[in-house]
Design a protein around this ligand. Structure first.
Ligand code: SF4
Ligand code: SF4
Length: 502
């Protein structure tokens, strides 16, 4: 095992006000069982899961209610036992505020589990083990929601050099990973062992920001006797962003349009490793996650919530709102997004609910023209030119924005944070990305329509030619090309029917 002891600082980033102590002082609380759970069938990147239940069906806790549909997809499970009340569109936590297909379950209060079987992972074929994790609905719990089985498959490429477990948790206010590492380090390391078994990395590194000494101690203790290295990293936002963490721990630069795996590194969140442990050692699919509930609530803390629990229920469990809540944010203040309502359900990506007052939000200030001060360039951890991206996005010059690597922007918000002209830069980048995606979709639709039209024209032409060929085959019998003597009545039994007979 290499002794990777050095750190390799990434460009840019910020020291932010942390606000961690508000929620990290008390142990994780189990979430109260809600009367009704709204479980979205899309809680991951990729295709929406196919519903396996219908209204009136009785389900058990942990039963699969949505099947992964395609390679990049994940299964969805009933978080408790009860009756399916509906399979319909409901509002989900998403920046668009648009509804999505959900399974609504009326809890029976009995919490009756499916049969649970631990998995002897060392004696399973890797593809079988990945399939078990996929069917258990395991996705990245750091917020991205990418199906883990896909990342655990190196598809015959070279051996992995480094497996990184991400315990950085750099975003202000969020403490769910901190509490999980303090309280359940052994489970996290058990899940990490399964990941390492599948990926066979040369090194396993666990990156944790220095402002979490208890988590560092607990994880170090859990790793005793293994080759896994716990690596404290400077408290600097956004050290928990994947490419920045890879750079920090290994010195490797992930290619602009590439993935860490392109440089021999794979990265998972600590909560994802814990979820893998629950599958393998307890036979439990992913039906709950730890959520930080903080900001203007009476008793901030961390709750292990069943997926599908309404955010409002978690706020109530934390004593309710305090005065002066301006906005409800899912995720942190830097990379999170405002929710339209607190009635939306907890999903696999929901690491934090921040009830923000005006003081916690960047005060709305009048937007001034860009003064080309380059402050945004200095803090950009992705080494981009944020002001150029802004100009191109504003002018709808999307090709030029892409030439300036718009899609390498991780939307960390550092540039907006420091901009003296108070330009909401990230909003421009999101707008440009959405426009490009929409245009791409339109192009694909047009291309599909063109292909369909072409196929139809070819089919009609083919049918026409087949018809004509048939007619040509029949023609000699119907209308002889050379005149032949007409049989006289009574000669033989054949009556020649001419075309004129119609
Ligand atoms: S920080 Fe703001 S004002 Fe300065 S160059 Fe960037 S966009 Fe322009
Ligand atoms: S939001 Fe994008 S452009 Fe701005 S600092 Fe972060 S990565 Fe750079």
């Amino acid at each position: 095992m290499n002794a990777l002891k050095r750190l390799f600082p990434f460009h840019g980033g910020l020291k932010t006000v942390r606000h961690k102590a508000e929620s990290n002082q008390s142990p994780i609380q189990p979430g109260a069982l809600p009367r009704q759970l709204t479980v979205p069938l899309r809680q991951h990147i990729g295709a929406i899961a196919k519903p396996l239940v219908q209204p009136g069906d009785r389900v058990l806790k942990g039963q699969m209610i949505g099947q992964a549909d395609g390679y990049i997809s994940a299964a969805i499970h009933a978080p408790t036992s009860g009756i399916v009340a509906a399979v319909e569109s409901r509002h989900v936590p998403h920046p668009s505020g648009l509804p999505d297909l959900c399974v609504v379950i009326d809890s029976d209060g009995e919490e009756r589990w499916i049969d649970r079987e631990p998995v002897d992972y060392r004696h399973r074929h890797p593809s079988e083990l990945r399939n078990i994790l996929r069917n258990a609905g395991i996705v990245g719990l750091g917020g991205a929601g990418f199906p883990s089985a896909v990342k655990l498959n190196l598809s015959g490429s070279d051996d992995l050099e480094t497996l990184i477990l991400n315990g950085a948790e750099c975003e202000p206010w969020i403490t769910c990973d901190d509490r999980l590492m303090r309280e359940r380090a052994a489970g996290i390391v058990a899940g990490l062992r399964v990941m390492a078994h599948l990926l066979k990395p040369r090194d396993v590194l666990i990156g944790i920001e220095e402002d979490k000494p208890e988590a560092i101690a607990a994880m170090s203790e859990a790793c005793a006797g293994t080759d896994y290295q716990v690596r404290p990293i400077p408290t600097r936002y956004p050290s928990g962003s994947v490419k920045q963490l890879v750079k920090l721990l290994t010195g490797k630069e992930t290619p602009v349009e590439g993935l860490p795996v392109d440089v021999g590194v794979q990265c998972f969140n600590v909560a994802t490793a814990y979820a893998v442990h629950r599958v393998v050692d307890h036979g439990e699919p992913l039906i709950s996650r730890v959520v930080t509930v903080t900001g203007q609530v009476k008793q901030p803390g961390n709750i292990e919530a069943l997926l599908g629990t309404a955010f409002a229920d978690l706020v109530e469990q934390c004593g309710g709102y305090r005065e002066g809540v301006e906005r409800l944010i899912m995720g942190g203040p830097m990379m999170g997004f405002a929710l339209h309502s607190d009635e939306v359900p907890v999903t696999k990506a929901a690491n934090c609910i921040l009830a923000a007052s005006a003081a916690e939000l960047t005060p709305e200030q009048p937007v001034m023209p860009c003064i080309r001060c380059s402050a945004c360039v200095e803090v950009c951890p992705a080494d981009l030119l944020p002001q150029q991206l802004y100009w191109h996005a504003r002018a709808r010059e999307f090709d030029k924005a892409q030439d300036h690597h718009l899609f390498s922007c991780i939307e960390c918000g550092c540039c907006s944070y420091v901009c003296p002209s108070h330009i909401p830069l990230v909003q421009y980048y999101r707008y440009a990305k959405n426009e490009i995606w929409a245009q791409e979709k339109e192009k694909q639709k047009a291309e599909l329509a063109r292909q369909r039209h072409q196929a139809r024209v070819e089919r009609l032409e083919r049918e026409k030619q087949e018809r004509e060929a048939k007619l040509r085959q029949k023609a000699p019998a119907k209308a002889p090309l050379s005149p032949s003597p007409s049989p006289t009545r009574g000669e033989g039994s054949t009556v020649v029917v001419s075309d004129r007979d119609g």
